[in-house]
Design a protein around this ligand. Structure first.
Ligand SMILES: [Cu+2]
Length: 197
């Protein structure tokens, strides 16, 4: 049996069925509502990272990070400085092909302002195994406020394809807990950090 031709030549120009129109309007209204509601996700369910962003020249940012690393470096791992800023400090982390620099060491329960920027291409900061992601652009300094709630060693990976070495672009973030030693002195878990998991 062959397919029969439509009865009328202009078969497609029909008025929109009322039910279809209602559904289009509902879907459109829902889309508009969700667009406006995006702001609410900053407050509900801790979903979006609230951040501040400023313009910065890559060379200026590089200098800031180097000064920061020099000031608070505690040791070195594989040629990369491990930097432990004081609680509440401004913390700097730079991304470049194909590296997150330096290694950071923060204290659990303390809030830090993390400044991030890229020296070359767009990279994606992704803190593993948590669900914290932020796009990092050259020329822009992104600042997030972070309060670690768990201690241990966290991995930083790049989740924005940035070139041939993208898959090797990893970094590290240690979160240590303040401990009171037997002698009463305050030590941090960082002391045995070389082989932190
Ligand atoms: Cu990448």
């Amino acid at each position: 049996m062959s397919v029969t031709s439509p009865q009328h030549r202009i078969w497609w120009k029909e008025p929109v069925e009322k039910v279809e129109l209602v559904w289009i309007l509902i879907a459109f209204a829902w889309g508009v509502f969700m667009f406006v509601f995006m702001i609410a996700w900053h407050f509900i369910g801790r979903q979006n990272l609230s951040n501040e962003t400023y313009r910065v020249a890559p060379s200026t940012f590089e200098k800031k990070v180097e000064d920061f690393a020099k000031k608070y470096q505690t040791r070195e791992e594989g040629g990369i400085p491990v930097v432990k800023p004081p609680a509440g400090a401004d913390v700097y982390l730079l991304s470049r092909t194909f590296q997150w620099w330096p290694i950071l060491e923060l204290e659990k329960g303390q809030s830090y302002r993390i400044h991030m920027s890229s020296l070359d291409l767009q990279h994606g900061f992704s803190l593993q195994p948590t669900n914290i992601n932020i796009q990092v652009h050259p020329g822009l300094e992104h600042i997030i406020t972070l309060t670690p709630t768990a201690d241990g060693a966290f991995g930083i990976i790049c989740n924005e394809y940035c070139g041939l070495g993208h898959h090797t672009m990893t970094g590290k973030l240690y979160v240590t807990q303040k401990k009171v030693a037997e002698g009463g002195a305050v030590v941090t878990a960082a002391a045995k950090n070389g082989e932190a998991k």
